[in-house]
Design a protein around this ligand. Structure first.
Ligand SMILES: [Zn+2]
Length: 529
């Protein structure tokens, strides 16, 4: 009895001694977060200019030349140090500020979607340049978000002499999942403590644990045969196109016997030259998707076998090349929980009537039966998706990073919910007040989470405890590329060569027009009556 009472007094005395210090630190962090949020608000104009500029470039993966030039120039202007060309990818770069630990990396994708050129703010299909690529996913918004967040935090680091390093990096060619595994392989993140990734969505949110969706390997199979006159002496030719078609039909039969969680799809990238010449060369490009590494590997091996079979049947020679890969995603629990607290304090943007009118008109246009408009309620903190409930879906090569260090993905509301994705409709909001407000909200949550990581060493430690002792306890990262796999820097070159000069006429000039909508002369919103 007496002993317990003494202990209670000692505990009380101890907590009295430490409480004011802890309270002081919390108050300081709260003030820094408030200042960062204010700083982000003051940069709303810069955010809008960056979002609109990158939208107007509309570049595809590996060809993000204007985008990378523009974004790195912005970062250099604000005192970040830039290096370029990582992993032999010309449009890759890293921008850093500060020194020492912790090293907090901020990433987001920068590439667009083929055939998705679209006037922003117009609730029906209306391309800027017919047939050209565009931001039919909304990847023009993520790096502007990170840049604004990083500048806001940098100012506080300078003012309060906070140690640590900020590192910004772009998801080059995410739509081809063709850079992040290479960045990991080549050590881009070797000093990074935590990676805060951002991806556009329809709400402000974050989750942890094994995610839904798939990982994948993307492989192009090339067959080589022999030409001959298709009418005069067809028996003397060996058709590479026959091999492509046989592989493809073989795969369609195989499909019946694949797991329900799998996804696979292909395009023929070379079908020969002209009908009267037996095709000597032909190629088919497959995506093999599954929800875990062993099943992706098995699917890939099945594909290679089938290509070998097609080569045997046609007496052609087969070679293949990995063009992309994405690991299934797993996000860090302590960091996601900390970020979610910040998300709750930021809340959703206030949408105008014009914003909601555009969203509902587009949802109606694309056949969404309910037309819910834009999100007005925050979602819950995302939970792990158990394997038995994962029915497959899309991939993102952030998965490769997430298996190498604590990583989360902040989703921010710069797009309209309920769209098919990889489509012109996903570009409609991407250079409008919807995108601009979503970026400002996301940048605040991002900046506050960086401040948490810079100020609380225990958060970084807990993140690594989860990474080492929970996430990677039973499964270790086993990449699909080897040290010799080259990045596919040739992809999309021909498409940009075809369209760039037409697209250049529509690049955004912020010195002449307040917004890109103004430059294009679009009344916001433009909807069908
Ligand atoms: Zn994406």
């Amino acid at each position: 009895m007496k002993r317990a009472a003494t202990l209670a007094i000692v505990v009380a005395a101890l907590s009295m001694a430490t409480a004011p210090l802890a309270a002081q630190e919390n108050a300081r962090l709260a003030q820094q977060k408030a200042d960062a949020a204010k700083g982000v608000d003051e940069m709303a104009k810069l955010a809008q200019e960056m979002v609109d500029s990158v939208f107007s470039f509309g570049e595809l993966g590996m060809q993000e030349v204007e985008t990378s030039r523009y974004l790195t120039a912005q970062l250099e202007k604000f005192g970040f140090k830039v290096t370029r060309g990582q992993s032999g990818i010309p449009t890759a770069w890293v921008a850093t500020y500060g020194s020492g630990k912790p090293v907090i990396a901020l990433g987001s994708d920068i590439d667009g979607i083929p055939q998705s050129s679209q006037k922003p703010g117009v609730a029906y299909h209306d391309p800027i340049v017919e047939g050209a690529p565009g931001h039919g996913e909304g990847h023009n918004t993520g790096m502007p978000l990170n840049i604004v967040a990083a500048i806001a935090v940098k100012r506080i680091m300078e003012r309060d002499k906070l140690p640590g390093t900020l590192m910004l990096w772009p998801g080059v060619a995410e739509e081809l999942v063709a850079s992040k595994a290479w960045f990991v392989r080549d050590g881009m993140f070797k000093d990074v403590d935590v990676n805060l990734f951002t991806h556009v969505g329809g709400n402000l949110g974050v989750g942890w644990g094994q995610q839904g969706g798939t990982g994948l390997v993307s492989i192009e199979f090339t067959f080589e045969g022999e030409t001959a006159h298709s009418a005069g002496a067809p028996w003397r030719g060996r058709s590479a196109l026959d091999a492509v078609e046989l592989m493809n039909i073989g795969w369609q039969y195989k499909r019946e016997h694949l797991r329900l969680s799998h996804r696979s799809h292909s395009v023929i990238t070379n079908g020969g030259d002209q009908p009267n010449v037996v095709p000597r060369n032909a190629s088919i490009w497959f995506y093999f998707r599954e929800i875990d590494q062993p099943n992706i590997k098995s699917l890939m091996e099945t594909g290679i076998k089938m290509a070998e079979g097609a080569a045997l049947m046609t007496n052609t020679k087969m070679t293949y090349r990995i063009l992309g890969t994405a690991y299934p995603r797993h996000f860090n629990k302590p960091v996601a929980e900390a970020m979610y607290e910040n998300i709750k304090s930021v809340g959703l943007p206030v949408w105008s009537e014009a914003d909601q009118t555009l969203a509902k008109a587009l949802q109606k246009e694309i056949g969404n039966p309910t037309q819910p408009g834009l999100a007005v309620k925050l979602g819950e903190l995302g939970q792990p998706v158990p394997e038995e409930r994962n029915n497959g879906g899309g991939s993102d090569d952030i998965g490769d990073i997430s298996w190498n260090m604590p990583t989360v993905t902040l989703s921010y509301p710069s797009n309209i919910p309920g769209l098919p994705g990889h489509n012109w409709s996903s570009g409609i909001a991407s250079a409008t007040p919807i995108a601009h407000k979503g970026v400002v909200a996301g940048a605040k949550a991002q900046a506050m989470t960086i401040l948490d990581l810079l100020s609380k060493p225990e958060l970084v430690k807990n993140a690594w405890d989860y990474f080492n002792n929970v996430q990677t306890k039973e499964h270790k990262y086993t990449p699909f590329i080897t040290k010799d796999t080259p990045p596919p820097t040739h992809l999309n070159k021909a498409i940009l060569e075809k369209y760039r000069e037409q697209m250049r006429k529509f690049y955004y000039d912020p010195t002449k027009y307040p917004t890109y909508l103004d430059q294009l002369g679009i009344k916001y919103p433009t909807v069908k009556q």
